[in-house]
Design a protein around this ligand. Structure first.
Ligand code: ATR
Length: 281
């Protein structure tokens, strides 16, 4: 790492806990690769301190921060401005502080999802068929929004707790989003062009995602946003039957680009070298 000067640009990630975050490794890699005089560090912030912490970023002249669990909703009232995506999702994952010290809240999850899909499943298009999205949390909301923006003609949102999926569909108020039955998942897969798991099932320490991919067309793309483990059982069975399988690490790497470009400038690239570095522990 090169020594910092008096002009070092600073950013970081605000979370509680935050020690597990891969973001410092991602941004540190790019800062080094691009030779930028900057630093990106973890900011462990307990929930009651969130407002002081965010205002402290401005006071210290920090360029901005990523925001992770449990603060993504809590920072909203502290922002001076929300971009359209953050407003629509009710969640901020990227704060940019402008030259006037104004806090701008953004959300790059949907951008990261679509960019990762384009990079790793270049043959996928919204014309391939309906998208089936599993889940009803913040990640499902971001991904449904991104798929709508990309022009997906039909999205089937399927969650164990149906009411959460219905709430997302109602918030978007777009007839292209239909809610399906968790117990009849197979029937949603028949003509699908994309299957996305946004639930925590299949993550290390969580129950497995038990799903029979037999009805899924051979040209459908399967994307798991879980990345611990990197190859989930869902991705393995997709790959074994010939579907293109896209892992969840890429979404994290791609969403990081928006913040990096705002805080530090430059054109950070999601490369194999970055993936290896980030996975290097
Ligand atoms: P995030 O905001 O990160 O997307 P979340 O709000 O905690 O996370 O959502 C977790 C998702 O995993 C939800 O869709 C949840 O389903 P419920 O809405 O029914 O809780 C899903 N999930 C977690 N454990 C599950 C399980 N054992 N079976 C089915 N779905 C599960």
């Amino acid at each position: 790492m090169s020594p910092h000067s008096g002009k070092t640009r600073l950013a970081g990630v605000i979370g509680w806990p935050v020690a597990h975050s891969l973001s410092p490794r991602i941004h540190g890699f790019w800062l080094n690769e691009l030779g930028i005089d900057g630093a990106y560090v973890p900011f462990p912030v307990e929930p009651p301190a969130i407002e002081d912490a965010v205002k402290g970023l401005v006071a210290l002249g920090i360029a901005g921060a990523n925001v992770t669990v449990p603060h993504k909703e809590a920072v909203i009232p502290i922002m001076d401005e929300l971009d359209q995506t953050a407003r629509r999702l009710g969640a901020v994952n990227t704060i940019v502080i402008d030259h006037g010290g104004r806090l701008i809240g953004r959300n790059s999850d949907g951008y990261g999802f679509i960019e990762n899909l384009k990079a790793n499943a270049p043959d996928w298009s919204t014309r391939t068929g309906p998208a089936v999205v599993l889940g009803g949390g913040g990640a499902a909301r971001a991904i449904v929004g991104a798929l709508l923006d990309a022009g997906t003609p039909e999205i089937r949102l399927v969650n164990r707790t149906r009411a959460r999926a219905e709430a997302i569909a109602a918030d978007f108020g777009d007839p292209r989003v239909a809610v399906g039955d968790w117990d009849r998942l197979g029937s949603a897969l028949g003509d699908a062009g994309l299957l996305v798991n946004t639930t925590s099932l299949g993550m290390t320490g969580q129950p497995p995602l038990e799903i029979d991919l037999a009805p899924l067309p051979a040209d459908a793309v399967v994307n798991d946003i879980v990345y611990v483990p990197l190859e989930t059982a869902l991705l393995k069975s997709a790959r074994d039957r010939g579907n293109v399988a896209v892992d969840g690490l890429g979404m994290l790497l791609h969403q990081a680009r928006l913040g990096f470009m705002s805080w530090f400038g430059g054109e950070p690239v999601v490369s194999d070298a970055l993936r290896h570095f980030v996975l290097g522990g």
